[in-house]
Ligand binder design. Sequence first.
Ligand SMILES: NC(=O)c1ccc[n+]([C@@H]2O[C@H](COP(=O)([O-])OP(=O)(O)OC[C@H]3O[C@@H](n4cnc5c(N)ncnc54)[C@H](O)[C@@H]3O)[C@@H](O)[C@H]2O)c1
Length: 189
Amino acid sequence: MSSNTTTEEQSWILVTGGCGYIGSHTVLGLLRAHHSVVVVDNLCNSSKVSLDRVATILNLSEGERKERLVFVEADVADEIAMRERVFNITKFRACIHFAGLKAVGESTQLPLKYYFNNLVSTLVLLKLMQEYGCNQIVFSSSATVYGAVDSMPIMEDTPVGLGITNPYGTFLERREICKFCIPISCPSR
Ligand SMILES: NC(=O)c1ccc[n+]([C@@H]2O[C@H](COP(=O)([O-])OP(=O)(O)OC[C@H]3O[C@@H](n4cnc5c(N)ncnc54)[C@H](O)[C@@H]3O)[C@@H](O)[C@H]2O)c1
């Protein structure tokens, strides 16, 4: 896709962190399901080679790849880049948000880095989704938010936030975002 050549009939999904472990597998699944995908990743924990592998697995020609799998190297917390290089290029049917730092150990040593990255990027994303009328989000949270649970398996109604021992898991941002920000920004979810 060159910047102005998206077609209305295409179903474009925005995948943040789409070069990473879960993101790249998700991109593969989306393309197999006939969606077109814009991946935004700052490559802080991945390589865009993962998207080359996705294209190889699907046997995408260069032309098909240009039309259906677009990579934008950007930080999701960078509102200007996200506006100009992502949201201005096409209308998204939905967003799947995987961009985040996730190393539990490192989060205890560098909590501000984790809070800043994971919280600000999510807030910027929600702000732009609201502004551009994209009302569907899949937010990749973490089972860590359940802390030390009394009984397994963890169920939908298991309380979150009890006994969490690290900044990755504390996830004030994730719990608050899930409870308050997402329903306000994306009322259909
Ligand atoms: N792997 C798991 O078992 C697991 C389980 C539950 C939840 N999660 C969550 O799912 C998400 C993805 O996990 P993963 O295992 O694929 O991690 P990953 O590190 O492989 O992928 C995350 C991707 O996000 C990118 N990224 C990070 N911050 C960014 C930013 N500000 N802007 C743009 N790109 C950014 C990284 O470069 C990477 O490609 C994470 O938020 C993680 O907390 C993972």
